[in-house]
Design a protein around this ligand. Structure first.
Ligand code: KG4
Ligand code: ZN
Length: 361
């Protein structure tokens, strides 16, 4: 079957055409039009500008996805779309476009939760991956650990109690003067730090994001504030507005080490206590080279299988929405043309729970 998918929850307009056969996926196209250059001027995503940019881009992005896939519109069997969570104006652009397409083609419309889409990205390149497993989603908006007993059920067993992991990367990056979003630049600075063999090199002790109780929760706000205070203190100590490279590297390296350590600690406990045989790491921050290595090592030590999407499938893209959509459709979960968009994850889950109970009363 051929799925056409749309993703527009934040600052990327994406459309994909994906072929699905017995749970195996072939990505025929996955076009991503990023608004990063526009939002970089403001140091963060401006919701109103994001909606307008989606509106301008979506038709061309969709047309390009169909052209690159080399299919006729009549070959599309279903349309999947991110309907939540995210920026409401941005989501509405994708939802409205997807609805019109599904109605005009007379094919099912599948509502996909963006976070579940990130996890489904792992199915595309890991044919062997099957529930049950644990999934950690680390993105700009979310940091959550899920138990995934089947393809369409996500039970949150841990989450950040404040900032998302990616938000901490971006805010620290901004105070360090790195281009928005700071995550990828922080990754490179940390690499330079870890590759420096000097045993005397600077390092900073930062508070762990692993909450000190039996939960699988995280807290990134204390860590973020500690790092930002250190940046200001170092500027004062060195009487400069621009930190020297070795100090920037040490801050990025110490921050990254603390993030990886905190996440590995909670994951290790969760793997041990749940007895999960497989872990999926997903979301934009799953592109971080140090986190990928740290989580792979945690899984190796716990003898747990590990799946993480390749870098282009970690960030927001529509192919992951198609993969999630395929499993929802297989479970009979589709929306009608009254589908709405929701900013919050809770509203999205309530809506999907309603659809599930209608299908399995
Ligand atoms: O999943 P995503 O594309 O969008 C949301 O759903 O939020 O995640 C974006 C986040 C941003 O915070 C960005 O800085 C972060 O992913 N990110 C990274 C890296 N690449 C992207 N963070 C750390 N290291 C990276 N290499
Ligand atoms: Zn995302």
């Amino acid at each position: 079957m051929i799925l056409f998918a749309i993703e527009s929850s934040c600052d990327e307009t994406s459309a994909a055409v994906v072929k699905a056969e017995d749970g195996r996926f072939t990505v025929l196209s996955n076009i991503v039009s990023s608004q990063i250059a526009i939002h970089a001027l403001y140091g963060g995503v401006v919701p109103e500008i994001a909606s307008r940019a989606h509106c301008e881009a979506i038709t061309n992005v969709a047309r390009e996805a169909v052209r690159e896939a080399g299919i006729a519109l009549s070959e599309i069997d279903a349309v999947a779309v991110t309907f939540a969570p995210g920026l409401i104006g941005s989501l509405l652009v994708g939802v409205s476009f997807a609805k019109s397409l599904a109605v005009s083609l007379g094919v099912p419309l599948i509502p996909v939760n963006h976070i579940e889409g990130h996890v489904a990205a792992a199915y595309i390149e890991h044919e062997e991956l099957r529930p049950p497993y644990l999934a950690l989603v680390v993105s700009g908006g979310h940091t959550s650990l899920y138990r995934v007993p089947d393809y369409t059920t996500f039970e949150e067993i841990g989450a950040s109690r404040d900032d998302a992991c990616g938000e901490a990367f971006d805010k620290v990056g901004r105070v360090m003067g790195l281009p928005y979003p700071g995550g990828a630049a922080m990754d490179k600075l940390a690499t330079a730090y870890f590759e420096d063999p000097d045993p005397e090199k600077l390092s900073f002790p930062f508070p762990s994001p692993a909450v000190t109780d039996d939960s699988y929760d995280f807290s990134f706000s204390g860590l973020k504030t500690a790092v930002i205070n250190t940046i200001h203190n170092e500027k004062q100590r060195l009487k400069t507005d621009t930190l020297p490279d070795d100090v920037r590297r040490a801050i990025a390296g110490s921050f990254t080490k603390t993030v990886c350590g905190g996440i590995s600690k909670k994951l290790s406990a969760a793997l041990k206590e749940t007895g999960a045989g497989t872990l999926v790491l997903a979301g934009g921050v799953a592109a971080n080279s140090h986190l990928r290595r740290a989580v792979a090592e945690t899984c190796r030590r716990r003898k747990t299988a590990f799946s993480v999407p390749s870098l282009p499938l970690c960030g927001d893209n529509a192919a992951m929405i198609a993969a999630a959509g395929y499993h929802l459709l297989s479970a009979g979960i589709t929306a009608d043309s009254a589908l709405n968009a929701f900013a919050s994850d809770e509203a999205a889950e309530d809506y999907l729970a309603g659809l599930r109970s209608r299908h399995n009363p």
